[in-house]
Design a protein around this ligand. Structure first.
Ligand SMILES: [Fe+2]
Ligand SMILES: [Fe+2]
Length: 310
């Protein structure tokens, strides 16, 4: 896509952004992060009455701790994501208003999650702070993706984050964490709807380019937290726990969006769009069998553990 194509597209999508911004502002409800934190559980870490962190103070299981920490570090990287979408969407008119509003909403997620974890002694605060420094110093860089790829990526990413937060909350077995994560994931859902509607409009304006962008983002998809130290190992633990695994990714993130957009039923695509769609279909078939294998292996391992436990 050339620069003038991008400028034209930004202009053509502007009324869609304005309309969806209004819809978003009318739909999203104000919420107060401080109301979700059990402040009375908090105590000093240092000083005369202070007690440093140690693992037995945490009510959370090791995997619940890992999942919350990974989700928090992902949210912490907001300045990088802000840079990315500001670069792609610009700062003018409704695009710029959305960039600001979205950033402000996302800001709550990290603050609330950190407050919860510090007050409840859910994670090692020293390790968490060092990991945050490392994550933010490294940043997140998608490599100047063109506009339509950004729209596709953020649709998948917001939905993936929604599923991950929601399932993490359930997994903690703590009603306070569950309530907070459910609230955050409602925001992610509204963000997803905003971006999903931009993709819908782009499929009408520029169907071949949009289908190619959807294919590229599905084939290359990585969670926004993929650059965090130890991400692979931690994401694998979360997948083993069923919080976010290849099955969730396909069934709860990729397929619902493809169905919503009607990608497989679109008519009137040119040769490039048709080719992209065929490649996408082949990729999905492979991903589906890989997800099935992953779940089978996990179930077999669980059955072996159960048999050993007698
Ligand atoms: Fe978020
Ligand atoms: Fe979000």
């Amino acid at each position: 896509m050339t620069l003038s194509d991008t400028t034209r597209l930004l202009h053509e999508l502007e009324p869609v952004v304005a309309e969806n911004l209004d819809r978003h502002l009318a739909t999203s409800k104000e919420w107060m992060p401080h109301e979700y934190i059990p402040w009375s559980q908090g105590r000093d870490y240092v000083g005369p009455d202070g007690e440093p962190w140690s693992v037995e103070q945490s009510q959370l299981s090791p995997i619940a701790r890992t999942a919350l920490e990974l989700n928090l570090l992902t949210e912490d990287n907001l300045p990088s994501y802000h840079r990315e979408i500001e670069r792609a969407f610009g700062n003018d008119g409704p695009w710029g208003t959305w960039v600001g509003r979205w950033t402000a909403e996302e800001g709550r997620h990290g603050y609330a999650l950190r407050d919860y974890l510090l007050v409840t002694r859910g994670v090692d605060p020293v390790e968490l702070e060092r990991a945050r420094m490392a994550t933010m110093t490294e940043g997140f860089d998608s490599g100047d993706k063109p506009l339509l790829r950004v729209c596709a990526y953020v649709s998948f990413q917001e939905l993936a984050t929604r599923v991950s937060h929601r399932n993490t909350g359930r997994y903690t077995d703590d009603p306070i964490a569950n309530k907070l994560m459910a609230r955050i994931s409602m925001d992610e859902n509204l963000h997803m709807i905003f971006y999903r509607n931009l993709v819908t409009a782009s499929l009408e304006i520029s169907p071949d380019e949009m289908v190619k962008a959807i294919r590229d983002e599905i084939v290359d998809f990585q969670m926004p937290g993929a650059g965090i130290e130890g991400f692979q190992r931690k994401a694998f633990q979360m997948a083993q726990a069923g919080i976010y695994d290849p099955r969730n990714h396909l069934d709860d993130v990729v397929m619902p969006l493809l169905r919503h957009w009607g990608v497989m039923e679109l008519t009137g695509l040119g040769p490039e769009g048709e080719q992209a769609r065929a490649e996408l279909a082949a990729f999905l078939a492979t991903a589906d069998s890989q997800a099935a294998t992953f779940v089978e292996k996990r179930e077999a391992a669980a059955a072996r553990r159960a048999a050993r436990a007698g």
